[in-house]
Design a binder for this molecule. Structure first.
Ligand code: MLT
Length: 255
């Protein structure tokens, strides 16, 4: 992977394809390789930029706490490095939270927004408390605990489960803890999203057990111009479970 220094971290990324710039942002606690199947179907239409978010994959993190906006700042630094003023952003789950933080801080740099199995709502008090419990448990027992707990909720597909479980186990405790706390503290973006002027595409599996499809429908309710694509027999990993449907839906970002 290519690497740059930005905001005290090393950010690793891949870039390939040709067309309009589209950044594909992975979810928690994964890396850019979750997009492999979908990016193969997108590379003839887009200049694809695939970062590993801070701490994940081949990117490094800092030991201090950070926010979704800090992660968005890393991506703004990557666009600066690539000489791109604007790009479309598509974020999977936590990657969607980062994309939303980016869109709030840098709306002039966003040509379109894709939220894949994501949401604009903040955590409920219970969910937030559980994130902090999980962060403590990671210190005591390691990242395997998160991998074991999350994997069955991500997909019913055995091949997808095997892949994501091994990917999660390779992530470091500090990245997992940092991201858990950043997710717990993220703000609700529903109100802000209701007034954006760039195209928004919502891609959600109908059997997503981690973020129910209702979360995407509530975005559509406040932003009627958003395109909502509900993928059948698809869970929390649409880009792996339904790569064709995911790729075709992301192409809506360029009309
Ligand atoms: C993800 O899939 O990125 C996260 O699990 C989302 C979340 O926990 O809110």
């Amino acid at each position: 992977m290519k690497k740059i220094q930005v905001n005290d971290i090393t950010l690793a990324y891949e870039r390939f394809g040709s067309g309009a710039p589209l950044m594909l942002i992975h979810g928690f606690p994964l890396d850019h390789t979750i997009w492999d199947r979908a990016s193969d179907l997108l590379k003839n239409d887009f200049d694809l930029i695939l970062p590993d978010l801070r701490g994940f994959g081949q990117s490094t993190t800092v030991e201090t706490s950070y926010t979704m906006t800090d992660m968005a700042d890393d991506l703004a630094g990557l666009l600066d490095h690539l000489g791109l003023e604007k790009a479309a952003l598509a974020g999977h789950s936590m990657g969607g939270y980062v994309a939303l933080a980016f869109a709030k801080k840098y709306p002039h740099r966003v040509s379109g927004l894709g939220l894949v199995a994501s949401q604009a709502a903040a955590d409920t008090p219970d969910r937030k408390a559980n994130r902090y419990k999980d962060a403590d448990a990671v210190v005591q027992k390691g990242v395997g605990l998160i991998a074991d707990g999350m994997t069955p909720k991500l997909s019913a597909d055995a091949g997808v489960q095997t892949y994501v479980h091994s990917l999660m186990e390779r992530q470091t405790p500090s990245a997992v803890m940092g991201a858990l706390k950043a997710m717990a503290e993220r703000e609700d973006q529903l109100f802000h999203l209701s007034s954006v002027s760039f195209p928004v595409v919502l891609i959600h599996g109908d059997t997503d057990a981690l973020i129910p499809v209702e979360r995407a429908r509530e975005i559509k309710a406040v932003l009627p111009s958003a395109r909502l694509v509900e993928l059948l027999d698809t869970g929390h990993m649409p880009m792996m479970e339904s790569p064709k449907g995911t790729a075709e839906s992301l192409k809506l970002l360029i009309g």
